[in-house]
Design a protein around this ligand. Structure first.
Ligand SMILES: Nc1ncnc2c1ncn2[C@@H]1O[C@H](COP(=O)(O)OP(=O)(O)OP(=O)(O)O)[C@@H](O)[C@H]1O
Ligand SMILES: [Mg+2]
Length: 219
C-alpha cells in the first residue's frame, strides 16, 4: 500500500508559547480510515491544519504523497490542496453569501469541473439537504451547515480527506450515515482519511486510531 501521509518529529509552538504539538510521528496509507482522538486542546486541529499546509510547523517534516511539503511555496500548496485534499473544518467556514448548492458548485467550477451541478446534487441528496439547496448558511441549523461542509470537501473527489470533528454537530444516527459514506468512498475510490473525533461510538469504523494527549501521541 502506498504512503499518503507521513509526519516526522512534528512540532508546533504558537507565538504565545503554547506547545500544541511535541514531536508527532504518524503515517497514513492509501485506502485507510484512521482516527485522531484525544481530549479538547490536545492538538488535533493543529495537526490537521499543518498536514493540509494551512499552518507551518515550527519543526519537523510533512510528506504528502511522498513529497516534502516544507519545500513548497504557497501556490504549490494551494494546487496540492485543490487537486488531492478535502478538508472538513471544525467550524465549517462556508461561503456565507452563497447558497448551499453554490457552496459546492463554485468549488467544482473553480477547479475546472465541467458539470459540477449533477455531482453537487448527488452529494447533497445523500447528505439529506435536497430541501435546503437555495438556503444560505446562516439560515441552516448547525448540523445542516456541517453537512454542507462535508459535501464541499467531497465535490472534487479528493484522494485524502482530512476531517476535523466532521460529525460533532450531528446526532449519532446522522453521524453513522456520514461514516458509512466515508467507508464507501474508501472502498470504492481508495480514499484515505484522517478523522479527528471525540465520539467513541464511531471508533469501530476506524482501521487504526492515533491518540493525542497534550501534543504527544500515545504509543
Ligand atoms: N492560534 C493559536 N494561537 C495560540 N494557541 C493556540 C492557537 N490555536 C490553538 N492553540 C492552542 O493549542 C492547543 C491545541 O489546540 P487545538 O485546537 O489543536 O486542539 P484540539 O485537539 O483540536 O481541541 P478541540 O477538541 O477542542 O477542537 C490548545 O492548547 C490551544 O489553546
Ligand atoms: Mg479542534
Amino acid at each position: 500500500m502506498s504512503e499518503v501521509l507521513k509526519t516526522e518529529n512534528l512540532w508546533k509552538v504558537y507565538p504565545n508559547g503554547v506547545e500544541a504539538l511535541k514531536g508527532v510521528n504518524l503515517e497514513l496509507y492509501e485506502g485507510e480510515m484512521v482516527g485522531l482522538m484525544g481530549p479538547s486542546g490536545s492538538g488535533k486541529s493543529t495537526l490537521l491544519h499543518m498536514v493540509a499546509g494551512l499552518e507551518k510547523p515550527t519543526k519537523g517534516k510533512i510528506y504528502l504523497f511522498g513529497q516534502d511539503i516544507g519545500d513548497f511555496d504557497e501556490d504549490r500548496l494551494s494546487e496540492i490542496r485543490q487537486k488531492y485534499i478535502g478538508f472538513i473544518f471544525q467550524f465549517y467556514y462556508l461561503l456565507e453569501d452563497f447558497t448551499v448548492f453554490e457552496n459546492l458548485t463554485l468549488i467544482g467550477r473553480m477547479a475546472g469541473q465541467r458539470e459540477p451541478e449533477k455531482k453537487a446534487l448527488d452529494i447533497l441528496n445523500y447528505l439529506r439537504l435536497s430541501h435546503r439547496l437555495k438556503h444560505r448558511p446562516s439560515e441552516l441549523s448547525g448540523g445542516e451547515q456541517q453537512r454542507v461542509a462535508i459535501g464541499r470537501a467531497l465535490i472534487l473527489e479528493p484522494r485524502l480527506l482530512l476531517a476535523d470533528e466532521p460529525t460533532g454537530n450531528l446526532d449519532i444516527e446522522e453521524g453513522k450515515r456520514i461514516f458509512e459514506l466515508f467507508l464507501r468512498l474508501k472502498e470504492e475510490k481508495g480514499l484515505s482519511l484522517l478523522v479527528a473525533t471525540h465520539n467513541e461510538e464511531l471508533r469501530t469504523y476506524f482501521d487504526r486510531i492515533y491518540r493525542l494527549r497534550d501534543g504527544v501521541l500515545d504509543v
